[in-house]
Every structure is written in C-alpha cells, then in structure tokens.
Design a binder for this molecule. Sequence first.
Ligand code: CMX
Length: 466
Amino acid sequence: MASALRLALRKATPARSAFAATRFASTSAKQSTLKERLAELIPAEIENVKAIRAEHGQKTFGQVTVDQVYGGMRGLPALLWDGSVLDPEEGIRFRGKTIEECQAALPKAPGGSEPLPEGLFWLLLTGEIPTPEQVNQLSKEWAARAALPEFVEEIIDRCPGTLHPMSQFSMAVTALNHDSSFAKAYSEGISKKEYWGHTFEDSMDLIAKLPNIAGRIYQNVYGKGKPAPIDPSKDYSWNLAHVLGFSDNEAFVELMRLYIVIHSDHEGGNVSAHTGKLVGSALSDPFLAFGASLNGLAGPLHGLANQEVLVWLRKMQDKIGSNASDEAVKEYVWSTLKGGQVVPGYGHAVLRKTDPRYTAQRAFALKHLPEDPLFKLVGQVYNIVPDILLEAGKAKNPWPNVDAHSGALLTHYGLHQMQFYTVLFGVSRAFGVAAQLIWDRALGAPLERPKSYSSEAIKKMFANRK
Ligand code: CMX
C-alpha cells in the first residue's frame, strides 16, 4: 500500500529541475570540464521537461489577443529558456542571480573586481558557480581555439572600410560554418542524442574566435596593422582588449569583463536571442544561427542603439555646446521627439524601470571616471529624458536601457569609433545565444513554426463575436 502510494506520488510529482537539484554540484564536481558537467545535467533536465509537459502540457497561459498578433507579439508566452529571466520591474537575472549577485559570486581575475565572462557562461549553461580553476580552464580553452581560418581573415581584409563593422562581423561569423562540427556530423548522419555535443563544440569555437574577428575588423577599419596575437595565459576579456589595442589599460579590461557579462543574455524573446533560437531550430549550425542573431542586433531599435546614443549625444553637443543648461537639453530632447524620432537608449519592450545594466555601468563610471564630461552628460540626460517621455505620453517605459550608457564608457578609454560599438555587444550576446542553442539541441527543441493570419481571416474570425 505504502509503496503503491509512493509510486503514485512519484508519477504525479514532476522531476526536479537538473539545476535546482544540483545547485551545489560545482563543489562536488570541482574538476569537471564544462562539457562533462553538462553531460551530467542533461539527462535529469530531459526528464524534468517530460514531467512538466506530462502534467501541464494541456494547460493554457491565457488568451492571445488580436493586438498581440499585430503588435510584435509583446508579452506572448511562446519560448522556453532557463538561462535568464527578465522581470519588468527588477530587470535581468542570470539563472536566478541579479547582476550584483553575479558580480559578487562569479570568479574574478587576479587583482580584478569584475566577474569573468567565462564564469557567466558556465553559470548560464549549468546554473552553477564554477571554481576559479574551471574558469581558468575555459580561458585557456578559448585561447587555444581562437585562431581564424585564413579564408575568414581574407574575407574581413577584403571588406571596404566603408562597410559597417556589423555587416563584416556577421559575414565572418557565417563563414565559420565552413568548419562546423555540427554540420559535418549531421551530414554524416548522427543520432539526435549527439546534437548537443557538436553544438557545444561549435559554440566553444564561435565564442573563442570572436575576439580575433572583432579585432581584425577594428584594426582594418580604424587602425593600421593587424590585431596583436591572443595570449594563452590571459582571460577572454583581456584578449579582447588586447586585439583592440587596449590591454595595457587595466580599467578598460575590467570594463570588458563587466560589459560582456551584462550584455550576454536578456531572456529569450529579444530580437538577437530569439533569432538565434529560431534559425537554430532548423538545425542550422551555431555559426549560421549566430550570424542571423547579429543581423538582428545590428538594427537601431536593438543593439545598434549604443551607436545611435553616441551619435545623438554628439549632435546634441554640436548644437547646444558641451556644458549646456538643463533647459537647452530639454529643448533638444523635445526637438528629437517632434522630429518623429526616438530618443535612443530609452524605453524597452519589457522593462518598466531603469535597466540594472544601465545602473551597473553607472556604478562602474562613478568608480573609474566620475569626472568624465560625457559621463556627466549621460547623467544629465537621465535626469531629463524620463519626465519628457512621460509627458509625451507614448513610450510605455521612459527609463534608460543598457545602450544609454555603454558608449560613454568606451569613449572615455579612447574607443570612440561609434560604428564599432555594436560589435562589442555582439561578442557579448554570443554567450547567451550559444548557451541557448546548446540546451535547445540537448532538449530536442523542435523546428519553430508559429501560425500567421491574414487581416481578412482575422476579420472573418471575429465578424460575429463581441
Ligand atoms: N523615444 C521616443 N519614442 C519612444 C521611445 C523612445 N525612446 N520608446 C518608445 N517610444 C514610442 C514608440 O516608438 C511607440 O510609438 P508609436 O506608437 O508611434 O509606434 C510608442 O512609444 C510605444 O512604444 P513602446 O510600447 O513603449 O515600446 P516598444 O516595445 O514598441 O519598443 C523600443 C521598445 C526599445 C524599441 C523603444 O523603446 C525604442 O525605440 N527605444 C529607443 C531605441 C533603443 O534604445 N533601443 C535599444 C533597446 C535595448 C536593446 O535591445 O539593445
């Protein structure tokens, strides 16, 4: 009797998430590599998903409105991603951790105080905080995989300097598919169970090669020579700073560590994350999927906004001077709105408060560059824009997003080529997109195929309904 009850209970209770069940696993599995640790976590998570679907599969989230169909699917529950969740009031949490909690918990570089993106990638994939040795091992592995195929270097070198860095970036990433482990294995006929392992290998290559791609684009378009070689004894962010020519500035290296962490992931529904997932669902390899993500990130309403903010601030300075009064700034903001343009860096499709990614960058600026004139202007704009957007009455969120701040920090350290800013966003976003692709293949996520309707069909459907 008792055992029958236990059996019934076991059937009724969904399996615990692999992540919740193994919260402390990094302590017991101290020396596992990331791939080994994932291999341990995946079977339990597959069972967890099966149990959720068995118990809740036929339940509904609620209604879908016609406005949502016309309105960019705002708020439509349609995607699964465990890596990060965005709360409209609080902002992003990576596997349950706020940015501040990540800053406190993730391993740092010797002498550094910002979290290493290597640790964030481990956290996104496993839900666990890695040991410093595990992070160190990832730094080494990425450095070892960093070299670009010669033909990819040639593609970048042949791009005209006038081609936007994001177009060059997406082209180079797409071309890496030439050596995709997943594409090769798929063409040879692998089992579905092996998808995630090859996706993992491609994702590791992808992330590892991004500094060399970004550095080469930067040096070609703005510099004179070729990027400095990757140093296998250094961490990922140091090497990114190095290929750009800024590694002798420790504060800039720290900025890169923070920058990559906060830009890495922002739940599953934003354009770059969702594009990667969508394209990956066709079993396009991670290079093809992330190349598509980058093309979405290059749009001015998404990642290009960090470039747009600086362009907008510089135009403002040209028009009203560098130490303009609040009144003059207000007038400039109104003139932007009256000209039918958006104020870049403000508003968000989900957030309804100041983006904690903005706050994290502000805290960095207060620590490292409190007297910087552009930082002061960013602060002045922050005091002015929200009230104006509220008064204008259109934007649902009048507060700044991540892009309102990043350009001022980069400019401070001498990286003032605004057209390059979204490339750095792209390097960071690879961490979230790659983690999502790996889990999607591990969980057997199917081809995405939502239903579209014509306006005519919608009219007919609701013709006789109130
Ligand atoms: N300035 C002026 N108008 C704005 C505005 C802003 N910053 N933010 C929103 N609005 C307007 C919208 O254009 C929209 O106008 P229409 O009704 O005429 O189309 C109206 O307010 C309602 O929009 P919303 O529901 O508040 O915002 P959305 O979810 O449609 O769009 C976003 C979100 C981010 C695209 C929008 O706020 C915007 O364009 N911001 C400026 C660009 C920007 O900073 N993008 C970066 C976002 C972060 C990132 O992805 O990197």
